[in-house]
Design a protein around this ligand. Sequence first.
Ligand code: ADP
Ligand code: ZN
Ligand code: ZN
Length: 713
Amino acid sequence: MTQRLAVAVEAPQYSGLGGLLDYVHADALAPGSLVRVPLGRREVPGLVWELPAGAAQEEGALPDDALRPVAQVLASLPPLSGAWRRLVGFAAAYYQRGLGEVALSVLPPELRKLDDAKLARRIAKLRKAAETGAVDDAPAEDDEAESAEPANPAPQAKADMAGEGGRAAPALTPDQQAAVEAVTAAGAQGTYLLQGVTGSGKTEVYLQAAAHALAAGRQALVLVPEINLTPQLEARFAERFKGRRLVSLHSGLTPAQRLKNWLLAHLGLADLVLGTRLAVFASLPRLGLVVVDEEHDPSYKQQEGARYSARDLAVYRGRLEGTPVLLGSATPSLESWQHAQQGKYKRLDLASRIGGGALPAVKLVDMNQLPRAHGVTVALSPQLVDALRERLALGEQSLLFLNRRGYAPVLHCTECGWKSGCPHCSAWRVFHRGDRTLRCHHCGFTERVPRACPQCGNLDLQPLGRGTERLEEQIAQALPGARVARIDADSTRAAGALQERLAAVHAGEVDVLVGTQMVAKGHDFRSITLVAAVNPDGALFASDFRAPERLFALLMQAAGRAGRDARRASRSEMWLQTWHPTHPLYAALRRHDFDSFAASQLAERQGAGLPPFSHLALLRAEARTVEAATAFLDDAAAQAGDIAEAAEVLIYPAVPPPVARVADVERMQMLLESPSRAALQRLLAQWLPRLQVLRAAHKGLIRWAVDVDPLGI
Ligand code: ADP
Ligand code: ZN
Ligand code: ZN
């Protein structure tokens, strides 16, 4: 007797193979089993899924004897759990992608290449190593393959099973105690929003909540927004949980390492998984706690393929598995903050910094008051330079924050007005002085800086505006003798460069650190007593409605870099150079008052009908010409007309995004907005398959995609 099976295979959505294909096999296979199946002339990996009810009776369904058999069953791998499949199924449906595409793409790529014999060997080795406590010595690669070290080695927890316990946990403050108790109480479930400024002890709450989960024989999943932050947190968890096995999952691992860590989690051999957004799909048979650190961070949103929010999926996963989810932030997303206000999430506050360290006093420099030289205002106000000099004299460190890399955002000709535009994008090329190049930050197009103006031959080409390179130079001029270091994507490109620079800052070998948002996040700098945002105004009037929320978060986070050492906290300051000193955002920041900022932002959003008071999706189109992209979106809008839910969804006209052309491709987008999430979902589910058909009629179109709950619009 052959059995009919539904198998999820990696096929793009709307290709006509929505994701599940029917196969036959001699025996029944448990859903969640990994198989290899023929697809066309290829053999592809697949996951056995629940057979949809009545599948064989469906119109057009092939009879069993017309179905192809499964080619191979990877029986050594325990099947992925029902909870895992439901998570994947939800993600695929909600973000409007193929089930198989999502299911297969979130597995470690190496897994798809293995056959059952290899898989069996690898699993046996891991189990054996786990028994003897030598997992870290177990090669990530199979024996016959060459062993490769991770490209970006994160410190691996020493899983020394003989060792007992790690560094002792400190006694919790009453606020922390209340938070840990809430999350670990018997039967605790649902989502908790842990709100507390940098240094208020959030991580300690994660550690102790995780300790409870582990003590109960469960696994903990801890998500962080960026790879750069995983080693720090990993070191802290590793130190605390000496006798436990901790693995990381992020894109910086080698494929072999990622497979090994994924398997350790899936087999239940790892107790703690620490990772970036992709880790939300880790297979964890004994999941007992999910932590999302810096839950507001935009990095949790995947920006290609299935554009999922790992934060939102973590919340869904917790609900699905009945485990508590702990979201932590100093500046929660307005969505989460509102949920807490409404009681959907339980709010837990950490009111003050550990050790009573004060938050830095916020000082505004009114740039309108500064003298102008040749119509151009100086980058650094004399007040700020004085304050920096003072820190220098005291042997304390300062951090200057400017979210723009390069020397200047544009180079121009003083004679004819030529500007360093990118020939392939609707953007300026940035002047990088270090290697004398003009570089497009959108498409990467790079050229040597021309000696003379390409338009008129004038030799006097001048930079306009400033980036971190120029700021570094200006600091060096203003503070002779100061040791200045810069941390941004350019200065840390070489392997190890970031860790090296951070170490220099920690060792006190740097007086002034200049950097982009790379330095604003996470790092625990002990001797910084002054943080300055040199030019933060840009986001105040940006077209993206989330720009103020993001600016506030970034500035709060940057401010959190100062005064981490309680002995120096009273002197610590956050400086803001601004042209809008009376802006309410800065007023709230001065009071360190996120709640009033959040409340006023939410009131504005409510008035404008923006999220979280409405739900958005963005339909994007890319084509060689603006006309082709627009035509597709216009036709798409017309196709929605007869779908009932369209009445509840506002479909805006197609508009270009802020940078419309990138790498010679024109981009247009169309916003969909609805007060009802369900109506928007139902519309998309009916509408998108039509667009796949429509696409064929639009020869000029390169691709289209939908982004549900887009972050940038
Ligand atoms: P956050 O994650 O909010 O930035 P952390 O958990 O990192 O805060 O705590 C800040 C500092 O205070 C860390 O050095 C941490 O080890 C220490 N700390 C946290 N909680 C306590 C406590 N209850 N007693 C003593 N020190 C603590
Ligand atoms: Zn010129
Ligand atoms: Zn370009």
